[in-house]
Design a protein around this ligand. Structure first.
Ligand SMILES: Cc1ncc(COP(=O)(O)O)c(C=O)c1O
Length: 364
């Protein structure tokens, strides 16, 4: 059934685990004992309620999420969170929000925040072409403010924060492209969000994990769909939620728990995959040049160039013809990018490594 599948290094929507796709296929016509598919049942039915509650329980187990955090499934992508966060926590607060701008997504987040109030850059990697994340010592201590916003993994540049930040003010994190790739200390954050289309399911839903006490800071008068309190009070059912994406997130989180064995195991597999590609870059005697500084290398998105940039088009074409798809870098950075999310297997990454070595042998 899977023999014609290619190695998929897409940055998102990304590859999904085969056992999950197989099960979704089986259940697409009829959920066990329900007589209809998940696409056809009411989001207010007991059946769907069970799917939502199981997905939340799976997330609580995987990330060790305490009871004083709510888990929401919202529409509008991670991009809507760029607006909802400052609307809920910066508007009318009279305080400053600090943004760590490590790459394109951090930039997009602050672009929306300045519309709501005083949003400032805590750190900015623009002058270094977003080639690294800051070290802990470079961040100036913050003891007051509305919140600090960070992006843990910059998908386009392929850089990732390798230390867990803590601040004296509420910390908010866009984890879209490394959510569930490794363990994190949830209690360091007052809010984290992630579009699911990298590691957790098909596009359509954004997971938001928010600490209970943050709800008290929200100003009155927000539109209902943009007010976290409304979504908490309706348990993500204020409007019709993206049922299929939530159902798939349920299967993926179950796969992570039962087939993979949790996030520590997932992390070590992800490290192993990333090491294969980074070691190939490092051992290429300058034929391949990594975009990221070593200490900021992402284990999810590996970005690099070929020293002779005219070869990059050939690399992408030959790789594609050999069944290795979606390796072209983002248009804003150029070069090459392999997104090796949770569901991209070690075998796929080994196939890419073999191709890189062979390509260098032939063209280097
Ligand atoms: C880190 C990060 N944040 C935000 C987004 C935007 O997500 P969405 O397209 O779901 O709005 C992306 C999308 O790739 C991303 O990688």
């Amino acid at each position: 059934m899977t023999k014609n599948r290619v190695h998929n290094f897409s940055a998102g929507p990304g590859a999904l685990p085969i056992p999950v796709l197989v099960r979704a296929k089986q259940e697409l016509i009829e959920l066990p004992h329900k007589g209809m598919s998940v696409l056809e049942i009411s989001h207010r039915s007991d059946t769907f309620n069970e799917i939502i509650q199981t997905t939340k329980n799976n997330l609580r187990s995987l990330l060790d999420i305490p009871d004083n955090y709510h888990i929401l499934f919202l529409s509008g992508g991670a991009s809507l969170q760029f607006s909802m966060v400052p609307m809920n926590f910066l508007r009318n607060s009279g305080e400053i929000a600090y943004y760590m701008v490590g790459g394109t997504w951090g930039e997009k987040a602050i672009e929306q925040a300045v519309r709501e109030g005083d949003a400032r850059r805590l750190w900015d990697g623009t002058s270094e072409r977003f080639s690294r994340m800051p070290s802990f010592n470079e961040i100036k201590p913050i003891s007051s403010g509305a919140y600090v916003h960070i992006t843990s993994n910059e998908t386009i540049q392929g850089i990732q924060l390798q230390w867990e930040p803590t601040f004296g003010v509420p910390l908010i994190c866009d984890m879209s492209s490394d959510f569930l790739s490794r363990s994190v200390s949830v209690t360091n954050y007052c809010l984290m969000y992630a579009g699911v289309q990298k590691n957790v399911g098909p596009a359509g839903v954004t997971v938001v994990i928010i600490r209970e006490d943050m709800l008290e800071r929200i100003p009155d008068g927000l539109h209902s769909m943009l007010d976290y309190r409304v979504h908490v009070s309706k348990d993500s059912g204020y409007n019709t939620p993206p049922v299929f994406s939530i159902y798939m997130a349920n299967l993926v989180t179950q796969w992570l728990l039962e087939d993979v064995g949790g996030l520590a195991k997932m992390d070590s597999i992800n490290q192993e995959k990333a090491n294969l590609l980074y070691s190939t870059i490092d051992e290429s005697s300058g034929f391949y040049i990594g975009h990221s500084h070593k200490e900021s290398r992402s284990i999810m998105n590996v970005t690099w160039r070929i020293e002779d940039q005219t070869l990059e088009k050939k690399f992408v074409k030959e790789a594609y013809d050999g069944g290795l798809h979606n390796l072209k870098g983002h248009r804003s950075v150029g070069g090459l990018r392999a997104s090796i999310y949770n569901a991209v297997t070690l075998e796929s990454v080994q196939a890419l490594q073999d191709f890189m070595i062979d390509f260098q042998y032939r063209w280097g």
